[in-house]
Design a protein around this ligand. Structure first.
Ligand SMILES: Nc1ncnc2c1ncn2[C@@H]1O[C@H](COP(=O)(O)OP(=O)(O)OP(=O)(O)O)[C@@H](O)[C@H]1O
Ligand SMILES: [Mg+2]
Length: 493
């Protein structure tokens, strides 16, 4: 619910004490200024801080002391709204708590004033729990962001965001406070708003925000799905949804993608796909480090996990990447371990989370994940990544040759693909790198034979661990959609 509606709702219920935990006191004050006359006849706005006292002051009296201010408010209430800034920091004084309770009782009897407590942090005493009404400030809306950007832009002559990234930039600014938007836009406009720089600055601001929490790691967007060989079904899936992960799609009521679970054989591109999707959509990617959550360094794991999910919501639009999910969120059969508590929090959150938070989860030991996770409605799709087939291996060789500054056309890719049955993408990458080193050592350009030589010396994991690969394939066969457009029918693996 928008803040304005929440406030009107609270006023209709005649709640005289309201608490808002937010760093955006200016925005709150602006909003309340317009709400005061709507809620009360001749209602005005009065603010208080321990530096400035009540403004406007009552009869010029000094009211910087919080107890004095509360006494003045109760003695001579003005119709309207009192915004008390950072009063939460004075709660260890019993007279402050008492002052608030007396104000509550007086205003309940004669409801013509409301006290709104605003502070960026701090908890309020349990003893006021019954009297306080908690409201939340929703993040700046699309229109508000637009206004804010325009205001900063107006200060720089001739500056403007390139039109082709405008909607993307406005989307990326969501979740930032007014001040954060100002800072980032000043940085953008002061160096000239080039297409790449502007988005990079906005993402960097989000990175700084997530860093403060410690367990969310920003993953820079270095590539899109063009560096992924094969796995066409996932690439198509992501491409079709690129335009759906936008503010416009949310507004139009279109089905916004919620999440994807990629499971399958080790080294075949699960992590790579997660990063590539973020790159394709140009949405910041944050990896949630579950081992840090469970380390206890950030408080109890369920509380830390909950905080992580809230932070992610605040920095939306965002892709939350949970890599190797089974390592942290598998549930032992016995109830109520920290893992199982986090897992059930996660399942509920997946169904209730706001739009424009996309979850990319990967897993390879699938049997360790509880069955609920693959149930429809949580993830949009569960994909199974198999060992690459011949055609895909050919493409992967091409990708890695290009990555190593080689022209794939110079190589016999068909022959390489033919001899590398059962190889994973990671193994193909290793072979190319090893061949490059060998060629460099010999002081000549790399050839197909250099790579082919590697094929003989390496035994792919799928051979040494054929049982596991078979188990993964059997499990996924009925439960997941193949990531490749063609099944891998090769024998032996
Ligand atoms: N389909 C592919 N196309 C191009 N490169 C690939 C592909 N699959 C794997 N690779 C290469 O192998 C590396 C390792 O792949 P990735 O980390 O995505 O595997 P994974 O499936 O996440 O494995 P694990 O289960 O071990 O985490 C990638 O960084 C990439 O260079
Ligand atoms: Mg991985």
């Amino acid at each position: 619910m928008r803040f304005e509606d929440q406030f009107l709702h609270a006023a209709r219920g005649r709640h005289p004490l309201i608490y808002l935990c937010t760093p955006e006191e200016e925005r709150v004050t602006e909003n309340l200024k317009t709400l005061a006359p709507k809620c009360f006849a001749n209602g005005t706005l009065t603010t208080w801080s321990c530096i400035r006292g009540l403004e406007p002051a009552a009869d010029g009296a000094d009211s910087r002391d919080p107890v004095t201010a509360l006494q003045q408010i109760v003695a001579k209430p003005r119709p309207g709204i009192y915004v008390m800034k950072d009063l939460a920091d004075f709660m260890d004084d019993p007279r402050v708590v008492r002052g608030l309770r007396e104000a509550y009782q007086a205003f309940c009897r004669n409801f013509q004033s409301v006290i709104v407590l605003v502070s960026p942090a701090g908890t309020l005493p349990m003893s006021l729990e019954k009297e306080l009404c908690y409201l939340e400030l929703d993040p700046p809306s699309h229109e508000e962001i637009q206004e804010r950007v325009a205001a900063v832009q107006g200060l720089y002559r001739g500056a403007a965001l390139p039109p082709e990234i405008l909607s993307q930039a406005l989307l990326a600014l969501r979740g930032l406070t007014f001040h954060e938007i100002d800072h980032v836009m000043h940085r953008v406009f002061s160096v000239g708003a080039s297409k790449d720089k502007a988005l990079a600055e906005i993402f960097a601001e989000k990175e700084r925000l997530a860093k403060k929490t410690g367990f969310l790691q920003f993953v820079p967007l270095r590539f899109d799905t063009s560096v992924v060989g094969g796995l066409e079904n996932v690439k198509d899936w992501a491409l079709k949804r690129k335009s759906l992960f936008t503010q416009e799609a949310v507004k139009a009521g279109l089905p916004v993608p919620k999440g994807i679970l990629i499971m399958g054989v080790a080294g075949c591109g699960k992590s790579l796909l997660s990063k590539a999707i973020a790159g394709l959509w140009q949405v910041p990617l944050f990896r949630l480090d579950m081992s840090l959550i469970f380390s206890g360094a950030y408080g109890s794991p369920p509380a830390a996990f909950d905080r992580a999910l809230r932070t992610v919501e605040a920095i939306a639009p965002v892709i939350l990447w949970i890599d190797e999910m089974e390592a942290s969120l598998s549930t032992p059969k016995e109830a109520a371990t920290p893992q199982s508590m986090c897992f059930s929090t996660f399942l509920t959150w997946m169904q209730e989370k706001p739009p424009l938070v996309f979850v990319a989860a990967t897993a390879n030991r699938i049997e360790m994940l509880p069955a609920e996770i693959v149930r429809k409605g949580r993830f949009d799709e569960v994909f199974f990544v198999d060992l690459p087939n011949k055609e895909e291996r050919q493409q992967i060789f091409g990708v890695h040759l290009s990555n190593n500054a080689e022209d794939p056309k110079r190589f016999d890719l068909a022959r390489l693909a033919h001899t590398t049955e059962g190889w994973s993408g990671a193994e193909i990458q290793q072979a190319v790198i090893a061949a490059r080193i060998a060629a460099k050592e010999a002081g000549r350009a790399m050839t197909t034979d250099d790579i082919w030589g590697q094929a003989y010396t390496m035994v792919p994991l799928s051979k040494t661990m054929s049982e596991q690969v078979k188990a993964i394939r059997d499990w996924a066969f009925t439960r997941a959609k193949p990531a490749s457009s063609k099944r891998n029918y090769e024998a032996g693996v």
